[in-house]
Ligand binder design. Structure first.
Ligand code: LCS
Length: 395
């Protein structure tokens, strides 16, 4: 396409040239496992890398390439690589960057299965992982070891909504020559672009805002060409957690509305966060769009606006919290986030139940904490439902 710098145009056009595909308006779906060669010599040339072209869909597929190019452009990176889940993306990156006895420095708080993966890497390969608040240069420097091969950051952190100053982390890491990997799932590239802030690799659970419609499990990685090529030729190719062409097609479709969806998620979340803060059954609201949030200045600096996830604590026991959740009618009880439907979940017993209780406590995940992924419905309806469920706590 004619190159555009505008995000809202790139989400629709980038990575797809209709003139190459019979002028089809929608990007075509190459639902094929393999590609035929004209003759044996062509097969030989393709395997030797002497001739460009597709070979087999685990190694590349045109629909998947369109998604990878679009995501790379949206994150302002050089190249992208799509996976069959966010966890396939996270594991492909972490395994590609490390070998036995290395060290990973991780934000104090990550998605439960990322924590589980780090534990597994420690058990199997003696890859130690330290968790850092990353709240100052000094703290970060004090945690870096000679064998630190990767700084891994979630921001906002799932589910506590703490933020990490990506420019600060990137500047320290650059001095030390350590790559910074950022899980950008909670923001999408519309709201935050870590590569522009000096970070090296961006990961998405594309299951969330990228897809946006609750019908795909997928992951995407974006970074420099040589880094992506090395992940592609090692952990992506040989472990093989690749995306299906159909899921890539659904993500290309979902991406077209990313900016307008994110605007609506964000506007709704701002309103719901402030209403929650005023409810007598709510103890504390964790939402970086709130000027009282301790990381509000970081939000202003590195995010276009707050995204659509809010966490909050309610006054009561675990069973009171579960009963409050059970009273909801419109809002669905489900893990995942970033969908059109508003979703609520209880991190201590759901997404972060694999994290040992003491570690959960150090991350700020109590039994009173609930996470709300604010959807695209009328905020008045979301609030009416939340309010009746919260009002019921005093009865
Ligand atoms: N990174 C983050 C920040 C996530 O929240 C998740 C999934 C993943 C990676 C893994 O992505 P997946 O393999 O599921 O595509 N987070 C979930 C959550 O909070 N609720 O359900 C899944």
């Amino acid at each position: 396409m004619k190159q555009s710098k505008h995000f809202e145009t790139k989400v629709i056009h980038e990575g797809y040239q209709s003139e190459n595909f019979h002028q089809s308006l929608a990007s075509p779906l190459f639902q094929t496992s393999t590609f035929t060669f004209q003759d044996a010599q062509q097969g030989e040339r393709r395997f030797a890398g002497e001739e460009a072209g597709y070979i087999y869909s685990r190694l590349g597929n045109p629909t998947v390439t369109m998604l990878e190019e679009r995501m790379a452009s949206l994150e302002n990176g050089e190249a992208g690589l799509a996976f069959g889940s966010g966890m396939a993306a996270v594991s492909a990156v972490l395994i590609a960057l490390t070998k036995a006895n290395d060290h990973i420095l991780c934000s104090q708080g990550v998605y439960g299965c990322t924590f589980g993966l780090l534990e597994m890497m420690k058990e199997k390969y003696n890859i130690e992982c330290d968790f850092s608040s990353m709240d100052s240069k000094e703290e970060l420097l004090s945690r870096i070891q000679p064998n630190t091969k990767c700084i891994y950051v979630e921001t906002p952190i799932n589910p506590t909504m703490k933020l990490i100053d990506l420019e600060m982390v990137a500047s320290v890491a650059k001095e030390k020559g350590i790559p910074v990997v950022v899980d950008n799932t909670f923001c999408s590239p519309y709201i935050q672009r870590p590569i522009e802030l000096g970070c090296d690799i961006v990961i998405h659970s594309a299951t969330k805002y990228i897809g946006g419609h609750g019908d795909v499990i997928a992951g995407v990685v974006v970074g420099r060409k040589e880094v992506i090529a090395s992940i592609k030729m090692t952990t992506a190719k040989d472990i093989g957690g690749i995306i299906s062409p159909f899921d890539a097609w659904l993500l290309l479709r979902g991406l077209k509305t990313l900016p307008i969806r994110m605007d609506r998620h964000s506007d709704n979340a701002v309103k719901i966060a402030s209403l929650l803060a005023g409810h007598s059954s709510v103890q504390e609201v964790f939402f970086p769009g709130d000027a009282n949030h301790p990381d509000y200045d970081i939000m202003k600096k590195q995010m276009k606006k707050p995204s659509g996830v809010i966490s909050f604590t309610v006054k009561g026991s675990k069973i009171d919290v579960q009963n409050m959740i059970n009273r909801l009618k419109l809002i669905k009880i489900a893990v995942s986030l970033g969908d059109a439907e508003t979703l609520i979940q209880h991190p201590a017993t759901m997404t972060h139940s694999v994290v040992p209780e003491d570690v959960r406590a150090s991350m700020g995940i109590t039994e009173q904490l609930v996470r709300l992924s604010v959807g695209l419905e009328a905020y008045e309806d979301i609030w009416t439902d939340l309010k009746q469920a919260l009002d019921g706590m005093n009865k």
